[in-house]
Design a protein around this ligand. Structure first.
Ligand code: FAD
Length: 471
């Protein structure tokens, strides 16, 4: 009788889980383990909203494992010591896990793999959370890609939808005493700010499957047009489920292909391309591990950011800037733990260009408040918008929150949902209420904290100074 440990991390699912599948194939009993060790991910230990999600996702996984006869063993780190203790107590001869790509996690995992192997344990990691490993897609010169379009052309040509692994029907358990309860991890906030988030999400594998099903049965064919509309539900809302591995990209690709029976509709193809951006972000983070803190385009190291301004940052964070689309986005984020992609670009552009605050301040706030906070996607999204990434929006592209609002939220539905002060605003001014001073005074809303036109010009001047500076 041999026993294996399956070390769950951000692969909180039973179906299409290569580590679990490999352990079950090769061993008689399995001990599923979750080890809480946020310090090992420093300086990007999970933020508050992520910890909320993790709590609920672990509960869901625990129930799903229980239905199959196993129990999730919850413990606290340090991870290597904890694994060694569990190996000694269970008699396990193998440890399986699924790979992640954040720099601190890669270093930790490599050390754990080498140490366990020295102990004589069969330590194995598996590909589970990406369509392609970051090193599987490379240029003709065997270099990492820096531009998305050729990256995706190459990856897309190689992508064959493969059937996901079935969920096991039964797991013969190995049991070890001394587990903590999930509640003992104290992942939930002590001051309960999470009721809005709670109402929006169902963490766990079943919640993920339901979200994807609703999207594929509903709006996928119209995704190309609908995805830019924050006033409607035109996207899949799958990002936190993907981040925590409650669903795999392989499962999504397979379901898209199955649903379309062969070639994909334009909407489905476009959706797959967005998953391609997720792959590209992981590719960049793996090859350029400095991405979370440092400009990928080193030329930006000389950019004249304004010194950190606590007042401006607080106004931005709390949705009190007086710019309706920005405030709607930041309030949506605070209440639900998410924000529409177009609005993410817009609020990021506002912070980095109109307020000229360093993009890392924005990335940090998103890190703490997004339920889908993901080091690769978040760092990539911020560098793209700030213009300092490798395949970035040009710095001189400064999103105009007024015209963007008029185009993508034409009836002000999104703004009115999150900025109730503007509930009675006529469409003509809902995205620029300062143009009607009488209305603004009556509404209780505020004047903008910055002049959009003037701040845009100043930002462009700063950028031109950078462009003129010797390289
Ligand atoms: P859909 O439109 O349904 O897309 C499906 C999936 O494709 C997403 O769940 C996501 O996994 C992937 N995807 C879509 N757009 C992107 C993109 N631009 N880059 C990378 N992957 C993408 N996404 C995160 O998952 N975590 C983050 O922390 C994060 N931070 C961001 C910060 C900024 C400043 C910006 C501009 C974007 C950020 N994004 C982040 C990307 C994007 O906004 C979200 O993935 C998307 O809004 C999630 O909603 P959805 O699942 O409905 O997306």
């Amino acid at each position: 009788m041999s026993t294996a440990i399956v070390w769950f991390r951000r692969d909180l699912r039973i179906a299409d889980n290569p580590a679990l599948d490999a352990a079950l194939r090769a061993h008689d009993r399995v001990l599923p383990v979750y080890i809480e060790a946020p310090d090992e991910e420093a300086p990007w230990a999970p933020g508050a909203a992520s910890r909320w999600w993790l709590h609920h996702s672990l509960k869901a996984l625990s129930v799903d494992l229980g239905k199959r006869g196993a129990a999730l063993h919850v413990a606290r780190g340090p991870t290597l010591e904890t694994l060694r203790t569990l190996i000694a107590r269970s008699g396990a001869v193998a440890v399986h896990w699924n790979r992640l790509y954040e720099p601190a996690v890669i270093a930790r995992d490599a050390h754990i793999k080498a140490s366990l192997r020295e102990d004589g344990i069969d330590a194995r990691s598996h590909k589970a959370n990406v369509l392609f490993e970051p090193w599987e897609i490379e240029t003709g010169q065997q270099q990492p890609y820096r531009v998305f379009t050729p990256f995706w052309r190459n990856a897309r040509a190689r992508l064959e939808p493969l059937p996901p692994l079935d969920a096991p029907k039964r797991i013969a358990p190995a049991l070890v005493d001394g587990a903590l309860t999930i509640d003992e991890l104290a992942l939930l906030p002590t001051i309960r700010w999470d009721s809005g988030i709670d109402a929006h999400w169902t963490p766990g594998e079943a919640g993920a499957a339901e979200r994807l099903g609703t999207f594929i049965d509903g709006v996928v064919d119209d995704y190309r047009a609908e995805r830019d509309r924050p006033d409607r539900v035109g996207t899949s809302l799958i990002s936190p489920h993907l981040h925590f591995g409650e669903i795999s990209p392989r499962q999504i690709a397979w379901q898209l292909a199955g649903n379309q029976r062969g070639s994909l509709s334009e909407g489905a193809e476009f959706y797959l391309r967005e998953l391609g951006w997720r792959e590209f972000s992981q590719h960049l983070l793996f090859h350029f591990p400095q991405m979370p803190e440092r400009n990928l385009n080193a030329r930006f190291d000389g950019f004249r950011w304004k010194p950190r301004n606590a007042r401006l940052l607080r106004a931005w964070q709390s949705g009190q800037t007086g710019v309706p689309m920005v405030d709607a986005g930041m309030r949506e984020l605070w209440h639900t733990g998410t924000m529409h992609n177009r609005v993410r670009m817009l609020v990021a552009s506002f912070l980095t260009k109109n307020l000229r605050q360093h993009w890392v301040h924005g990335a940090r706030w998103f890190w703490d408040t997004l339920v889908d906070a993901d080091l690769a996607n978040n760092s990539q999204g911020w560098q793209w918008t700030a213009g300092c990434g490798v395949d970035a929006s040009p710095y001189f592209r400064i999103f105009n929150p007024v015209t963007q609002g008029e185009k993508f939220d034409p009836d002000g539905v999104y703004v009115k949902r999150w900025v109730p002060e503007l509930a009675d605003a006529p469409n003509s001014i809902v995205h620029k209420p300062w143009t009607d001073p009488d209305f603004l005074a009556r509404s209780g809303y505020m004047a903008p904290i910055v002049d959009l036109t003037r701040s845009r010009d100043v930002a462009l001047e700063a950028w031109q100074a950078l462009a003129r500076a010797p390289a």
